[in-house]
Design a binder for this molecule. Structure first.
Ligand code: 4NP
Length: 165
């Protein structure tokens, strides 16, 4: 069965498309059946392509992925099985649109799947520890750092999809 996964950040031009690129490529290589997309809680960049630095960093790392930005909408709770956010503000904004417990249960921090972190999302300080920081208008090194966090988390996510928790 296909697992439908939505990556969410603020602008949907830097972090969440990079996360979608990594998951899409690695799942295909591993033969794991996922449908991947991404969205931003803000509408500012809807219809635009990815941020140039983000695109360059994921392309240089060998990931092939095309992206057009879109805003997160409530109906996406019906269209996806997992909604994976990058930071605390995404977590708050997506939770604010949840209609019921089922919607809430789909929301997780992407980095909660990083096996090296072992942070319980229920812990009140978990949000700060589980963030993929916003690299927008930062130097390339910040995007490289974000890519590393995403790759570790995606590997943990793929293991979760195959073996469960
Ligand atoms: P993202 O980064 O949420 O990772 O796509 C940002 C992109 C744009 C803006 C902020 C963050 N912005 O303020 O336009």
């Amino acid at each position: 069965m296909t697992t439908r996964i939505l990556m969410v950040c603020l602008g949907n031009i830097c972090r969440s498309p990079m996360a979608a690129a990594v998951l899409d490529n690695r799942a295909r290589e591993a033969g794991i059946d996922v449908l991947v997309s991404s969205a931003g809680t803000a509408s500012w960049h809807a219809g635009e392509g990815p941020n140039h630095m983000s695109f360059r960093v994921w392309t240089d790392a060998g990931y092939e992925y095309q992206h057009v930005a879109q805003q997160f909408k409530q109906m996406m709770f019906d269209e996806f099985d997992l909604i994976l956010v990058m930071d605390q503000s995404n977590f708050t904004n997506v939770n604010a649109l949840a209609r019921n417990h089922e919607d809430v249960a789909k929301i997780r921090y992407l980095r909660s799947f990083d096996p090296n972190l072992k942070v319980d999302q229920i812990d009140p300080s978990a949000g700060a520890l589980l963030e993929v920081p916003d690299p927008w208008e930062q130097p390339r090194e910040e995007f490289e750092e974000v890519l590393k966090m995403i790759e570790q988390s995606v590997d943990g996510l793929l293991a979760f999809l195959v073996h469960g928790d």
